[in-house]
Design a protein around this ligand. Sequence first.
Ligand code: IMP
Ligand code: MG
Length: 186
Amino acid sequence: MSATELERAVTEVLIEEEELQRRIGELGAEISSDYEGRDLLLVGVLKGAVFFLADLMRHLTVPCEIDFMAISSYGASTDSSGVVRILKDLDINIEGRDVLVVEDIIDSGLTLSYLVRNLEAREPASLEVCALLTKPERREIDVPVRYTGFEIPNRFVIGYGLDFAERYRNLPYVGVLDESLVLGGA
Ligand code: IMP
Ligand code: MG
C-alpha cells in the first residue's frame, strides 16, 4: 500500500500528529504525578492501543510494567456486536497491583465495561482507565474513565493504531474514514 493509497482513505484529519504527541505528554505527566511512590502495571488492549501505550509509557516517570489483553472486536464492520470474548489473557497476576488499562478509543463502552468487570474480579489494589479517544455521543453504558486524551464527534476514525478492517493503523495522525470504503464493503 503506497502512502497515497493510505491518505486516500482519510476524508479529514481530525487530530494532527503534533497535537496527539503534545496531549500524550500531558497525560504522561498527570499519570506520573498521580502514581508517585507506587509502581504501575499498564494493561494495553490489543491491537489498537499499542501505539498510544508505547508513546505514553515514554512519558511516565514512575516504575512501570506492561502486559496485554486481546478481546474480540468488530471484525471488518464498524459497529459493536456487543459480544466480548477474551482472545489473549494477561501473563501477569494483577492481584494487589496498581493497574491502568490503556485503550485506543471508547465508543459504546461495551468492550471496556466488560474488561473492567473482568479485571476487578482479580482484586487489583487499584484499577483505572486511560483512553486516547472517546465518542461521548455513542456511549451505551457508563464506564469510569480517569484519563481521556480527546473527545471526538461520532465519526469512524482511523490511524495512530485505529483500524478499519485491520488497515490504516500506521497513519501517524487520527483521521476520519472515507465512508465510501464502508459502503463498498471493504
Ligand atoms: P466499544 O465496545 O463500542 O466501546 O468499542 C471499542 C472498540 O471498538 C475500540 O477499542 C476499537 O477497537 C473499536 N472502535 C470503536 N470506534 C472506532 C473507530 O472510530 N475507529 C476504529 N475503531 C473503533
Ligand atoms: Mg480496540
